[in-house]
Design a binder for this molecule. Structure first.
Ligand SMILES: Nc1ncnc2c1ncn2[C@@H]1O[C@H](COP(=O)(O)OP(=O)(O)OP(=O)(O)O)[C@@H](O)[C@H]1O
Ligand SMILES: [Mg+2]
Length: 316
């Protein structure tokens, strides 16, 4: 993709809150029309990054731009083109849902009643209810409707499905897929693998404020390596297997259950499987590689962080 297609650009952003908290030298680029997943556990730095993108916080170092304009100090301008769903939406309790919607429309000097109706229907929300009597999920839906009722070009969603039940989570995922089809650019932060997997084209992982990997979702679905579990009859065969130095990476060994888990590069399949001949192997199966596995691999070992080369052998 070309430079001119970049909608959101975070360049070497650092915000140090002390005690190793904050974000450190984070760079992400979101291109027009893509759905970008920003994946990380609690406290990783997702909301901090997003607050900088929305212009609420000033970068200590680095730059944050949206449509080529520095975000900081330009929130109002940003909101003309961006729908933002905060991690913890602040909704004034004194109004009813419709009152809040009208207030937001007046603030933006824009009314798109057709879009509003569509969103209320999609998320099954009755807005004619006092906000103070709404459940957490209903308030969340109201925040969603308010964020997207003027049909913005860009959607920035900070953990959008938290507080929604599984059915509504699915409705939300479908909504994102629809918006993507309509050409919208989407940045979504999450720690839920399934929703990122179902919606995102590009995924970045952040851990302890540090960017650890960016990759295309499709590369993960068809990785260049396969992971197998081999179930041996006895421990001697496991030793024999290892002595043969097969062309693979042994990633786990369970002596009690006599299971060895290996990663094999697709290009080495034939050679690898021929090297097994005569070993007392009861059976084997392939472990499908998931986003969760990839994510968790950053927590199991101190690996050298990189792109998807992490999948291919952790080197970069
Ligand atoms: N204003 C602040 N002052 C001091 N520390 C902060 C501030 N904002 C965030 N932090 C710290 O920075 C780190 C990143 O916080 P952030 O809210 O960005 O995480 P997150 O990835 O959004 O987590 P969650 O999934 O829990 O929402 C945390 O350790 C948090 O305590
Ligand atoms: Mg957050």
């Amino acid at each position: 993709m070309e430079e001119k297609d970049i909608i959101i650009s975070v360049d070497h952003l650092t915000k140090d809150y002390g005690y190793h908290r904050g974000v450190f030298d984070v760079s992400i680029k979101v291109h027009k029309g893509e759905c970008y997943g920003y994946l990380g556990p609690n406290g990783a730095g997702k909301s901090t990054t997003i607050r900088h993108i929305m212009g609420f916080s000033k970068p200590q170092e680095g730059s944050v731009k949206i449509y080529g304009i520095d975000s900081f100090g330009n929130t109002e301008k940003i909101l003309e083109r961006v729908g933002y769903l905060p991690g913890e939406p602040a909704i004034p309790a004194g109004l009813d849902g419709m009152g809040f919607i009208r207030m937001m429309q007046d603030m933006r000097h824009e009314r798109n009643n057709e879009r509003l109706e569509y969103l209320l229907k999609t998320f099954s929300l009755d807005p004619n209810v006092p906000i103070k009597s709404m459940s957490l999920g209903e308030k969340r839906k109201l925040a969603v409707v308010a964020a997207f009722m003027n049909d913005p070009e860009v959607l920035i969603l900070d953990e959008p499905t938290s507080g929604l039940d599984p059915i509504m989570q699915q409705v939300f995922i479908n909504f994102i897929i629809q918006e993507k089809k309509r050409g919208k650019t989407i940045l979504l932060s999450s720690h839920i693998f399934s929703e990122v997997d179902a919606t995102c084209d590009t995924i970045s992982i952040i851990k302890d404020g540090i960017h650890v990997s960016t990759f295309k979702a499709n590369d993960l679905k068809e990785p260049d390596v396969a992971t197998y579990n081999f179930y041996f009859h006895n421990l001697e065969s496991i030793e024999e297997f290892k002595n043969r130095k097969p062309n693979c990476e042994i990633i786990a060994e369970n002596k009690n259950r006599k299971i060895v888990t290996v990663k094999v590069k697709r290009e080495n399949y034939r050679e690898f499987f021929s090297s097994l001949s005569g070993l007392a192997i009861r059976e084997f199966d392939e472990k499908p590689f998931t986003l969760q596995d990839y994510f968790m691999s950053f927590y199991k070992e101190e690996k050298t962080f990189g792109g998807l080369s992490g999948v291919e052998g952790n080197k970069k």
